[in-house]
Write a protein that binds this ligand. Structure first.
Ligand SMILES: [Fe+2]
Ligand SMILES: [Fe+2]
Length: 240
C-alpha cells in the first residue's frame, strides 16, 4: 500500500507573501497522481483563516478531482465543525475528529490534535487502539513529542507529550507516527518511536534559530510504502 501524506495546505484569504497555496496544492496533487498512490492522507491545516468555508470547498474540489481516496484530519488552523461539514465527517461527542481504518494488514489511526491536547475520551480510545494493533501507523498533525526543532518545540508544541510518552511509548512495540505542523521534513527515531515529519504543501519553515524563518518555498509531500510491518518512506518536492 502506498500512501501520500500531504500537510499544511493553508488555503485561504491571507496567503503568505509570495505563496500561491492553491497552485502549490495542484502541483503536489499532480505529482501524487503519477506515483501510484492508494490513499491520500491530509494531515491538517487545510486552511489559513477562521470561518473560511470557501477554502475547505476548494480543498475538497481539488482532492475529489485527484482520483485516489483520501482522508482529512484537522490541524490547529482548522475548524472541526466546518471541516466535518464540508468533508462529511462525523465528529465524536467531544467535537474531535479521530478514526481508525484497517487497510492491507496495517492499522491506520487518524488523530485530532487541533487543540494541541486530546480529550480524555480520545486518549482512552488511542491507547486501546494501539494496544490492539500489531502494526499501528499513527497520523497526527502535531509531532506528539519534541522533534529537535527548537523554535517549533518551544512555541507550537503538542502540550501532552509527557502523557504520550507514558501512555504510548511504554508499550513494548514500535509506533510509527506521521505528522505535519512543523513545515519541515525530519525523521526522529527513539525508543519505541519512529516519527516522520512531513514537509508542507504551503512553504517550509526553518525552526532551528530563535526566530521563525522561511526555509524554502518549494512544496513537498511524503510518500509512505507500507507492507504489513515493513515501512519505507521518502519525501518529494515539486517545482512551484
Ligand atoms: Fe501549518
Ligand atoms: Fe499546524
Amino acid at each position: 500500500m502506498t500512501i501520500a501524506q500531504i500537510s499544511d495546505l493553508h488555503l485561504g484569504r491571507s496567503p503568505y507573501p509570495g505563496v500561491d497555496a492553491q497552485a502549490n496544492l495542484q502541483k503536489v496533487l499532480e505529482d501524487v497522481s503519477g506515483q501510484g498512490v492508494d490513499l491520500i492522507v491530509v494531515s491538517g491545516d487545510l486552511v489559513q483563516d477562521e470561518n473560511d468555508e470557501g477554502a475547505y470547498v476548494a480543498a475538497r474540489e481539488r482532492l475529489d478531482a485527484c482520483g485516489p481516496p483520501y482522508r482529512v484530519m484537522p490541524g490547529n488552523h482548522d475548524d472541526c465543525v466546518l471541516l466535518s461539514r464540508i468533508f462529511e465527517l462525523a465528529p465524536h461527542s467531544t467535537g474531535e475528529v479521530y478514526s481508525h481504518e484497517p487497510r492491507d494488514g496495517a492499522d491506520l489511526i487518524f488523530l485530532d490534535s487541533s487543540r494541541a491536547v486530546f480529550s480524555p475520551a480520545q486518549w482512552d480510545w488511542l491507547v486501546k487502539r494501539v494496544r490492539a494493533s500489531h502494526a499501528p501507523y499513527v497520523f497526527i498533525h502535531h509531532p506528539p513529542v519534541p522533534a529537535g526543532v527548537p523554535l517549533m518545540d518551544r512555541d507550537w508544541p503538542f502540550l501532552e507529550d509527557a502523557e504520550f510518552r507514558s501512555r504510548l511509548l511504554s508499550m513494548k512495540m514500535t509506533i510509527s507516527v506521521f505528522c505535519g505542523h512543523y513545515h519541515t521534513e525530519k525523521t526522529v527515531q527513539g525508543e519505541n518511536l519512529d516519527m516522520f515529519l512531513c514537509p508542507a504543501v504551503n512553504l517550509q519553515f526553518d525552526g532551528t534559530g530563535d526566530e521563525l524563518q522561511i526555509g524554502s518555498l518549494r512544496p513537498g509531500w511524503r510518500k509512505i510504502d507500507i507492507d504489513g510491518e515493513r515501512l519505507a518512506t521518502s519525501v518529494r518536492y515539486v517545482e512551484r
